[in-house]
Design a protein around this ligand. Structure first.
Ligand code: ATP
Length: 479
């Protein structure tokens, strides 16, 4: 089942249950505290908080998401993308726990030839919150094997906004991939064998005094109870397509194949290379989708995240042995794989690709200038380690790389780490702070030493002393 078909089945299913299906909102988060939309519920926050009236009490969407927090997991776990799509169904003061669980169970277990996903009920597991006996009883009634239900504490299975407001327990649904993928014992024992696919949040409490995830005060029951769910489309896709991970699904894998052709290496032959292939496929797709929402590479905020994604894919291809330009070979492939779900990519592509390829050209210049300097510093650190010293690139070296060769510290850290060497980051930060205060002092002294001689000639032309009339004489001001 193609990824787009999995999304369609979800949205069709919830449309049949009376949900208004809305298109994905932009990846640029409407919430000023986060750069990107990180979950399907983000565009619905005003409805969940009761600040705005929703156009329908039941809504569903397939939301584009970016989570940079998961960047270090990419390629190493089977299930974390920087870009992914989150399917979600929402109830704003309408249906609650019983229906939410019933809908999820029905869609997951209905046979594929009848419009569902056809998961074997015996492969499904759930976690529930300690005090949520109600959820456990609903799951049991639906047919969930009681031995496949695990109880979790507040840390894992209780949702809040992080402050006073709505909150409530959640129930996560997992698929057991089988004994060849890890140890027995449910998600509590092994989250790479038991894959989390869907999180159901039951918002029925008002909470305050939220000191931490586990230290809060439940004020009472909310009058309007909400349902907020999120199902990972790529995770469903990899399980339903019987692949090993999300990077091997139909919307991502074509980029791995293109990278194989470019590098002459074969995916599946070397564990380290495989991580690089997956990083490339993930990052190229994320960059493409972020750019389709109008972001362009820059040195701050979203633009900087985008720049890092592009640069990491270029560097991973270098490590796979490709020195020439890679994005002109990879971007069109990712666009092809994504455009049946996002047809707007076709029209936007000329602009997106020009910006991406320009970024590659400028990064290539940076790399050409700095890599040999970093190589020398890394070699020195490795030699020192061989003689019993520390394997560390000094803060001064990292600073020179930044200051003279335009190497951002993240790049130095990543490239050094790949070769088993640390960087003295605290010293680097100290040197940066010193440079900043020098620049500030410089700017100040320049301001105090402005060349005012230009006004001298003007003064000579006046036949009376200068008097400032700005505060009193409006006519002189307007003249
Ligand atoms: P995990 O603990 O596995 O990282 P999570 O608890 O952070 O997941 P939620 O925030 O509950 O996940 O998100 C809802 C669903 O979105 C998850 O059940 C999962 O299917 C999917 N999901 C979350 N993060 C990612 C990601 N980085 N890549 C792909 N899918 C994801």
């Amino acid at each position: 089942m193609r990824t787009s078909e999995i999304a369609k089945r979800y949205l069709d299913f919830f449309a049949k249950q009376g949900h208004m299906v809305v298109p994905s909102a932009s990846l640029i988060s409407p919430n000023p505290t986060t750069l990107f939309t990180i979950a399907g519920m983000v565009p619905f926050i005003p409805y969940l908080l009761g600040e705005q009236t929703p156009p329908s009490k039941r809504m569903a969407s397939n939301q584009k998401c970016v989570r940079t927090l998961d960047i270090d997991e990419v390629g190493k776990t089977t299930r974390h993308g920087t870009f992914f799509q989150m399917l979600g169904n929402f109830s704003f003061g309408d249906y609650f726990k019983e229906e939410a669980i019933h809908y999820a169970w029905t869609l997951l277990t209905t046979p594929q030839d009848q419009g569902g996903y056809g998961f074997d009920p015996e492969s499904l597991w759930v976690t529930t919150y300690t005090d949520d006996e109600e959820a456990r009883s609903i799951w049991r009634n639906e047919g969930m094997d009681p031995a496949h239900m695990q109880i979790m504490g507040m840390e894992d299975n209780f949702w809040t906004t992080g402050g006073p407001g709505p909150g409530g327990p959640c129930s996560e649904i997992y698929v057991d991939r089988g004994p060849e993928y890890g140890i027995e014992g449910g998600p509590a024992a092994d989250e790479s064998r038991y894959i989390e696919i869907w999180d159901l949040v039951f918002e029925n409490f008002e909470v305050d005094n939220v000191k931490s995830k586990t230290d809060l005060h439940i004020v009472g029951e909310l009058e309007n109870k909400n349902i907020d769910t999120g199902a990972g489309l790529e995770r469903l896709a990899y399980l339903l397509q019987h692949k090993n991970n999300i990077y091997e699904t139909d919307e991502v894998y074509p980029v791995i194949e293109a990278a194989e052709r470019l590098s002459g290496h074969t995916y599946g032959e070397d564990a380290d290379d495989d991580v690089r292939f997956r990083v490339v496929a993930d990052h190229v797709r994320s960059a493409l989708m972020i750019m389709s929402d109008g972001v362009r590479p820059s040195n701050e905020g979203r633009g900087y995240v985008l720049r890092r994604l592009l640069r990491r894919s270029i560097r991973s291809m270098r490590t796979l042995g490709v020195q020439d330009d890679v994005l002109p070979h990879l971007f069109p492939v990712s666009k092809e794989a994504m455009s049946s779900s996002y047809p707007e990519l076709n029209e936007l592509f000329p602009d997106i690709s020009a910006a991406a390829y320009g970024e590659e050209a400028s990064f290539r210049r940076t790399l050409d200038k700095g890599t040999s300097i970093l190589d020398v510093a890394v070699k020195k650190a490795q030699d020192s380690a061989a003689q019993g010293g520390d394997a560390v690139v000094s803060g001064d070296e990292a600073f020179t790389l930044h200051d003279t060769y335009g190497f951002p510290i993240e790049l130095t850290l990543e490239m050094a780490e790949e070769q088993g060497v640390h960087v003295d980051e605290p010293k680097f930060r100290e040197l940066m702070a010193q440079q900043k205060s020098r620049a500030r002092a410089d700017a100040l002294s320049k301001r105090h030493n402005v060349d005012v001689s230009v006004y001298d000639d003007f003064k000579k032309t006046l036949d009376r002393p200068l008097e400032f009339l700005g505060y009193t004489d409006y006519s002189s001001r307007s003249r």
